[in-house]
Design a protein around this ligand. Structure first.
Ligand SMILES: *[C@@H]1O[C@H](CO)[C@@H](O)[C@H](O)[C@H]1NC(C)=O
Ligand SMILES: *[C@@H]1O[C@H](CO)[C@@H](O)[C@H](O)[C@H]1NC(C)=O
Ligand SMILES: *[C@@H]1O[C@H](CO)[C@@H](O)[C@H](O)[C@H]1NC(C)=O
Ligand SMILES: *[C@@H]1O[C@H](CO)[C@@H](O)[C@H](O)[C@H]1NC(C)=O
Length: 377
């Protein structure tokens, strides 16, 4: 009883001593830590997210709590009374807390090869979805047919299929819904030719069923900005010496959250890279003026049957291209706009890339456009 009063008193006095502490109390998160100070007493602070010394997102804990969840401390938080705790797991690990990082053995050095699995365990019954951020993911390129033969990532156990991914994918992300209470498994296989840059660091966050940032069911990727860039998996600005960077057997949706007051969305090739839409047909390795990244190199409509993106009901910006077409392939992409909702882009790649040379996939920029006559909400 006495100690409870003492804790209360010290908490209050620290609270008054530092206006910052009050700020922690008003954070939306509701879990809190007790910190045993050096002869000072106990301080409560909210377990909010924090940024570690090396820029990763962690959770603000006291040292003991961080140790309990298997984390490593990196920097301080809660004005120095807490530690920014980064929970990092490697091969054969299991997630035990939100914002777990999954890295290769030897990280940040190269993974020598073999199989490596992370089990994503639902943190609670109120969790519906996992978001996986590819902070780094670099493994071998696909083989000449576009299959992730020697190296790849598969994600299984979720409510919907995830394509197999290999090559260079830093900066990408994806969402997977939990299927009931089943674990989601991230499996990486790496064999064949060794690679001195076989490295990964994924951030796995778990999203509550009532969380407004959940991706709509069925969207593998989800963007919430007014503008942004969507890249196919393994898109890159250099070619794959073997054949193509395009991956086979892709069929997924990329969704853009329509913002209030915005009614349409424009899509165009990311400027600065002539190869930013090279999806089918041989892509010349030395660019000849006029052959690539032009409206003439764009292929649209029913002729796109192997690899293509789908954007519903477009209006073209530059030319009055054929009406009623919404499949896009070839070596160029005509800028377009659509007001069909929801804002979505579908990626379809068939089972082989044999016959295509030098394709790098796509990098497309989107920008939501204001509704005419509707004020911003
Ligand atoms: C915070 O915790 C209290 C006590 O456990 C609970 O009554 C309250 O609903 C929680 N608030 C939020 C926002 O979760
Ligand atoms: C904490 O998370 C929120 C929402 O995800 C984000 O906007 C904010 O930048 C994060 N803060 C830190 C310090 O990482
Ligand atoms: C996990 O962390 C992310 C990012 O900080 C946050 O948006 C999400 O709500 C957290 N999930 C839970 C269940 O607290
Ligand atoms: C968006 O697309 C429309 C129709 O194609 C076009 O008129 C407009 O200029 C585009 N806006 C931007 C910012 O690219």
């Amino acid at each position: 009883m006495l100690s409870a009063v003492l804790i209360f008193f010290l908490t209050i006095s620290v609270r008054f001593a530092s206006s910052y502490i009050q700020a922690f109390e008003t954070e939306s998160a509701n879990r809190s830590s007790k910190f045993l100070g050096f002869g000072i007493g106990l301080v409560r602070f909210v377990n909010s997210n924090c940024t570690s010394s090396d820029g990763l997102e962690g959770i603000c804990y006291n040292r003991w709590e961080c140790k309990r969840v298997g984390g490593i401390t990196s920097g301080s938080c809660a004005t120095g009374v807490g530690v920014c705790c980064i929970v990092q797991k490697t091969c054969d690990g299991t997630t035990t807390s939100n914002n777990t990082y999954f890295v290769n053995t030897n990280f940040p050095n190269s993974f020598t090869g073999g199989a490596c699995t992370l089990t994503i365990k639902k943190l609670g019954s109120d969790i519906c979805q996992a978001r996986i951020d590819f902070i780094a993911f670099s493994v071998n390129q696909p083989d000449a047919t576009g299959n992730c033969l020697s190296d790849g990532l598969t994600i299984t156990g979720g409510a919907s299929p995830v394509p197999t991914i290999c090559g260079e994918n830093g900066g990408q992300h994806l969402y997977v819904n939990f299927a009931g209470n089943a674990n989601i498994l991230m499996n990486i296989y790496a064999g064949g030719v060794s690679n001195s840059r076989r490295v990964w660091n994924f951030k796995i966050s778990q999203i509550g069923c009532d969380c407004p940032t959940q991706a709509p069911s069925g969207c593998l990727m989800y963007y919430t900005g007014l503008t942004g860039t969507v890249r196919s998996f393994n898109y890159g600005t250099t070619g794959n010496a073997v054949a193509t960077r395009q991956l086979t057997n892709q069929n997924y949706g990329v969704c853009i959250a329509m913002q209030p007051g915005y009614c349409s969305i424009n899509w165009s090739q990311t400027p600065g890279d002539q190869y930013s839409f090279t999806v089918t047909g041989d892509t010349p390795t030395s660019v000849t003026a006029g052959t690539i990244s032009t409206n003439a190199a764009a292929v649209i409509g029913a002729i796109c049957t192997t690899d293509y993106v789908v954007i519903p009901n477009p209006t073209f910006t530059d030319t009055a291209a054929a009406a009623n077409v919404d499949r896009f392939c070839g070596n160029g992409f005509e800028p377009l706009s659509t007001s069909s909702k929801p804002f979505v882009l579908t990626v379809v790649n068939d089972a082989t890339e044999t016959g295509d040379l030098g394709n790098r996939g796509f990098s497309l920029d989107f920008s939501q456009q204001r509704c005419s006559g509707v004020p911003l909400g």
